[in-house]
Write a protein of this length. Structure first.
Lengths: 269, 289, 623
């Protein structure tokens, strides 16, 4: 695993219209790791994701991706450079078939290296046999879990270096969240780097190697998840009576893994 | 029988207008109310180049095509693209603005008197079941079929076409897979406007003269055709065009002796009401919105 | 009634001024250009009336009309047929109401397709309507005199004829003032709020208890009546009309006026109408350019300032205010409102009596069975959870209960009354309040406007009373405003009271939504994924609020939720829906432990449940 940061966010200021949401955001993501961004509502998590994707412009500061300054690049160019996007919940192209969805996912790949398309598609179908089975089905008619898989598969079709994973569990049933967890883990195991924004703290903490905690547009804590302190998380994120047991046990479960994180290979399912 | 032939001839042109409307609708979920006026404006360009400047027919046709495409692209670039967050209805209102703008410029620059632009191929044509079908009318039928089928294939079979289809569903997600939304939008508006020019140039010989707002009726007929076909179906636009052509010829034939004026426009209105109330999906459309 | 007197006096003073000033001015400045100028001004006033009419339809209710001058034409020809000395020779005062009536009737017919369709389709209908009228009906000789047109004489009182343009201008101004006042009554009562809700989101409007079909038609009818009046005025101004007076071009110009002036802004559209009618006629050098500049302005306005010039100013002001206000308010309390005065008092039943009974409800969408014979009982004073996989039919069942979708079989009973066939607004009136998966607020309206809108079904006055601001209207409006103010105070949102909801954070919007549900004091509160998109802290806050609804306010809650810790903590009873069927029901903790529920929905790995027990530590995470 290379040690150079794949993604470097430097002092980014951004916002919508009159309001500034991010006031000098800085963090780094090393190749091969899953970086989790956590924070309260309105802390700027989703805006920070949109800034990475190129949908919200950066007012000042820099974004370095694979040693390339992408600050001024359009969203489309960034995809061509190797960023792929896993949208919230089940947002796939509902009127297109599974295979058409995947083909659009490979839009930049087919322009870069069209010869690889077939192999990539086969690889994705191997990993998601359900999608292979339903390749001609219109995506909107599939179950929630299948659509969530398709969203991940579509991002993989671009052979990305970095996947931006935006609240993947939003609106999904627990069982589907569980499936998705497994899927994302497996994908990460193949060496794809991820930036993950997640409201479901337990889910996010299980998946991420590093945690970046946002408060009112700034990072207030960065560090390996394995070194996070449950009380600190609780106070940063306002986790109280209801969810604290889940978070605490998640963090406890992560402790033994400290020396190996970020892992190269996922444990057996 | 002769009515059937005449209906097909008119229907082909209506279908062309409809294909342009449907293409823009598929790509951006907007009805382009300037579709007709773009056609009229391009005819003025063609007339200017051929009649005023004395250049050959094909120069005029080319000027019409290029002019219309430029209008479509400019409108997309300067207005539509800035409205990516706006409701589709406000974009439609913007197209009303474009229609009025073109109309106002035509009146200001060339006045209200009627002009004419020659047919691509001369001659009265051949007699089919008692009706003279001019070469232009045959050409227009062929062009509308080719445009409809060609565009349908392009949308379904190419990556870019899939991007166009997906863009009407979720434009941001289309950007996130790397399809340039600006290209998608420019493509639909540019090609849509070009089709308006083609329809206007091919229809003009049938009515022989044009003036500002000449395409108004043509546009309504095209709109009805698109609606009958389901607004989102390209083959549907063609079928709808033929259907509207037939209805028009039939109604005109039956009401020739009436003192009541404009029965065909009333018929169009009634068809719209019936389609919208009874079968909003149209004949070949998929889902009603 | 003290504050009403000065308002009334002011209105009267303005009316007198409008009636007196033009005739006096016309006589003082007699000669030269005066008569022509007065004509131009009168044209401007006619346009302003037409603009008010289109603004009501497009700006308030969001229903587009591209053929509005055809409606004016209906009014003008009606006036002509009634007033022309060669026809019926009736007086102006008969012709104007008749024109309003005809305009309203025709608009009613045009509005019928709007019941099923929205937006673009309506644009198509109205543009085709314009063509059909102008090319055909308006040219039909027996009715309209063909291309010669029909005479529409000026009003006559006794022997006095309003031939002098200045005198007729006073008539126009008075009619305009009348329309203005009625329009103001629309915007300050539930009519205007219902229109705005329909424009924002029809399903939100329905959930607030607005009978969408009825209000859409009402918007068409009132707008048509305005257009009829404007048409009669317009016709009488020129003395004659024919089909070309109402060309599509004029209709489209009116769209320019209304959009550039600012959709929904009375003053804005009036100013734009006067500007457009007057300027090109006084500065003849502008001839032809007015349309070119106007259409460019229209495109600029819709692409840069969708709300027109009026909105541009308002937004600038709001931006200033919104700045520096991003922090969340301290945990708000929820409003405990008394029963609205518009509803009959109802007995408090003891906890545990049945409130909602759903029996064997099936909902099909085409071939897909979304809800398959589901039965559900909700007892008073409890929080009942509804969980299940995505696509299990939870939201559809909600919609069936609140009446937004039709059930194919089965019954829904609320408080012992069968409401299976009742419309959403009727169910809202029986005491069902609900929220939506995505926030169901009218986003462009302020917090207090949303709270007012939420009380739509309990405002006890009719549309007629509202239009004339008589009967129960003033009193009821005062009550509603008072309740909205109380609710805002209870939420702790005083400083956001006038902030459009779209500027609030997601969590804040959720709280406002809850406030809107509670402001009518519903018996049953239905919440669709209330914690979606909330950070853990906000979700915990929400849990406390929901418990308050049960424990402090004594209400009943039915909630769809994926946040299992929250569900287990909060719910008394739990129903699990899978593939449209209820697969389990009972006390929350017991249901969550059932193997079939774990298998179909919860799964083994759930962070909060599984992870809290060491045995459930997922293999992928630990050692």
């Amino acid at each position: 695993m290379s040690a150079h940061p794949l993604l470097k966010v430097e002092d980014v200021v951004a916002g919508f219209g009159p309001t500034t949401v991010l006031h000098g955001l800085s963090y780094e993501v090393r190749a091969g790791e899953i970086a989790g961004i956590f924070g309260l509502n309105g802390a700027g998590k989703s805006v920070s994701m949109k800034v990475l994707a190129g949908i919200v412009p950066v007012r000042s500061g820099r974004l370095l991706f694979d040693r390339l300054d992408v600050t001024a690049m359009s969203a489309e160019e960034r995809v061509a450079k190797g960023m792929a996007h896993v949208p919230q919940g089940r947002q796939v192209f509902k009127e297109l078939t599974v295979e058409q969805n995947l083909r659009l996912g490979a839009y930049t790949l087919r322009r870069r290296a069209s010869a690889r398309y077939r192999a990539t598609l086969d690889g994705v179908y191997d990993r998601f046999p359900i999608l292979a089975e339903r390749r001609a089905q219109v995506a909107g008619t599939m179950s929630g879990g299948q659509q969530a898989s398709l969203a991940v598969a579509r991002a993989l079709m671009a052979e990305p270096l970095l996947m931006l994973v935006d609240e993947p569990s939003a609106g999904l049933a627990p069982l589907v969240v569980e499936e998705l967890y497994g899927t994302l883990r497996e994908v990460a195991a193949t060496g794809v780097t991820m930036v993950l924004v997640e409201q479901n703290v337990s889910f996010g903490l299980q998946l991420a190697h590093t945690a970046h905690i946002l408060q009112t547009g700034r990072i207030v804590h960065s560090g390996p998840v394995s070194e996070l302190d449950a009380d600190a998380v609780a106070s940063y994120l306002g986790v109280g009576r209801l969810l604290s047991s889940g978070v605490t046990s998640t963090l406890q479960a992560r402790k033994p893994a400290r020396k190996r994180a970020p892992r190269k290979k996922a444990a057996a399912p | 029988m002769s009515n059937l032939v005449l209906g097909c001839v008119y229907g082909g042109i209506y279908g062309l207008i409809a294909v342009g409307i449907v293409l823009v609708y598929r790509g951006t979920r907007v009805i382009n109310f300037a579709q007709g006026e773009i056609g009229t404006f391009s005819l003025y360009l063609a007339w200017y180049v051929t009649v005023e400047r004395g250049m050959p027919w094909w120069c005029g046709a080319l000027a019409a095509l290029a002019g219309a495409t430029a209008i479509g692209l400019l409108f997309e670039r300067l207005v539509v693209r800035r409205m990516h967050d706006a409701t589709r209805l406000s974009v439609a209102v913007a197209t009303v603005g474009l229609a009025l703008f073109l109309l106002a410029v035509e009146i200001k620059a060339w006045g209200l008197s009627p002009r004419s632009f020659p047919a691509p191929v001369g001659g009265v044509g051949t007699k089919v079941f008692g009706v003279y079908v001019t070469p232009t009318q045959v050409i227009s039928l062929v062009v509308v079929l080719a445009a409809g089928l060609g565009l349908a294939a392009l949308l379904k079979r190419t990556d870019f076409g899939l991007g166009v289809l997906a863009a009407s569903d979720d434009p941001t997600a289309v950007r996130m897979v790397g399809v340039r939304l600006s290209h998608v939008s420019a493509f639909t508006w540019g090609v849509g406007a070009a089709l308006a020019a083609v329809a206007a140039v091919l229809f003009e010989p049938t009515v022989t003269v044009f003036a500002p707002d000449y395409a108004g009726r043509l546009f309504i007929a095209g709109l009805v055709a698109a609606l009958v076909g389901g607004l989102s179906s390209l083959p549907g636009a063609f079928v709808g065009g033929i259907a509207v052509g037939m209805i028009e010829v039939f109604v005109r034939d039956k009401t020739l002796t009436w003192t009541f004026p404009g029965t065909t426009t009333v018929a169009m209105f009634v068809v719209i009401l019936l389609v919208l109330l009874l079968r909003p999906r149209g004949l070949l459309g998929k889902a009603a919105s | 009634m003290k504050p009403r007197v000065p308002g009334f006096a002011k209105v009267l003073a303005v009316l007198v001024a409008l009636a007196v000033v033009p005739p006096v001015l016309g006589r003082v400045l007699d000669g030269g250009q005066t008569n022509a100028r007065m004509l131009t001004l009168a044209i401007g006033v006619c346009y302003a009336c037409a603009a008010l009419s289109l603004n009501l339809l497009m700006g308030y209710a969001g229903q587009i009309s591209l053929g509005h001058f055809a409606l004016l034409g209906c009014g003008a020809f009606t006036a002509g047929v009634l007033m022309s000395p060669y026809r019926m020779g009736l007086p102006f005062l008969v012709a104007v109401p008749a024109a309003a009536l005809v305009g309203a009737l025709v608009a009613f017919v045009i509005g019928l397709p709007a019941l099923r369709l929205r937006g673009l389709y309506l644009a198509i209908v109205t543009i085709a309507f314009s063509y059909a009228m102008v090319e055909s009906i308006f040219r039909w000789r027996p009715l309209t005199g063909g291309s010669a047109g029909v005479e529409v004489p000026r009003p006559i009182v006794d022997t006095f004829v309003f031939n002098r343009n200045a005198d007729y201008l006073a008539v126009c101004l008075l009619l305009f003032a009348g329309l203005w006042l009625v329009d103001r009554n629309v915007t300050r009562t539930r009519l205007g709020r219902a229109f705005q809700a329909i424009r924002a989101d029809e399903s939100v409007a329905q959930a607030y208890g607005v009978d969408v079909a009825r209000y859409k038609l009402m918007a068409f009818v009132v707008s048509g009546a305005f257009a009829g009046v404007a048409g009669a005025m317009y016709g009488s101004l020129f003395g004659f009309v024919n089909a070309t007076s109402f060309d599509l071009q004029y209709s489209l110009l009116l769209v320019i006026v209304v959009v550039v002036g600012g959709l929904g802004s009375r003053a804005g559209v009036t100013a734009a109408a006067l500007f457009y009618a007057v300027l090109p006629r006084w500065l003849s050098a502008l001839e032809g350019w007015d349309l070119i500049v106007g259409s460019l302005l229209l495109m600029y306005a819709v692409s840069s300032h969708p709300g027109g010039m009026a909105e541009a100013f308002r937004e600038a002001r709001e931006r200033k205010r919104a700045q520096g206000e991003t922090d969340e308010p301290a945990t708000p309390t929820l409003p405990d409102m008394p029963r609205p005065s518009g509803l009959a008092e109802r007995r408090r039943e003891p906890v545990g009596t049945p409130l909602l009974r759903v029996r064997d409800v099936t909902v099909r969408f085409g071939g897909l069975v979304a809800v398959d014979g589901a039965s559900l009982d909700v007892e008073r004073g409890k929080i009942v959870g509804l969980i299940g996989p995505n696509g299990a039919g939870k939201t559809t069942l909600f919609n069936a209960i609140s009446g937004l979708v039709r059930t194919d079989s089965g019954t829904v009973e609320i408080l012992g009354r069968d409401v299976t066939r009742a419309a959403p607004h009727q169910r809202a009136a029986t005491g069902v309040g609900r929220t939506f998966q995505l926030i169901g607020l009218a986003k462009d309206l302020s917090v207090s406007e949303n709270l007012l809108l939420a009380q739509h079904s309990v405002a006890g006055y009719t549309a007629g009373e509202a239009l004339l601001w008589t009967g129960r209207t003033p009193r009821a409006e005062r009550d509603l405003r008072e309740r909205a103010r109380e609710a805002v105070a209870a939420l702790g949102f005083e400083r956001y009271a006038d902030t459009p909801v779209k500027y609030l954070s997601h969590g804040q919007q959720r709280i406002v939504e809850l406030g809107c549900v509670l402001v009518t004091a519903p018996e049953l509160v239905m919440l669709d994924e209330p914690s979606a998109g909330m950070s853990p802290g906000a979700a915990e806050n929400l849990a406390v609020r929901l418990a308050d609804i049960r424990d402090q306010l004594g209400r009943t809650v039915l909630v769809i939720e994926h946040n299992i810790p929250l569900v287990l903590d909060l719910c008394d009873d739990l129903y699990v829906l899978d593939a449209g069927k209820v697969i389990a029901q009972g006390a929350a903790r017991e249901v969550a432990a059932l193997p079939e529920v774990v298998g179909a929905y919860l799964g083994q790995l759930h962070p909060a449940t599984a992870l809290s027990a060491p045995a459930g530590t997922p293999s992928g995470v630990g050692a």
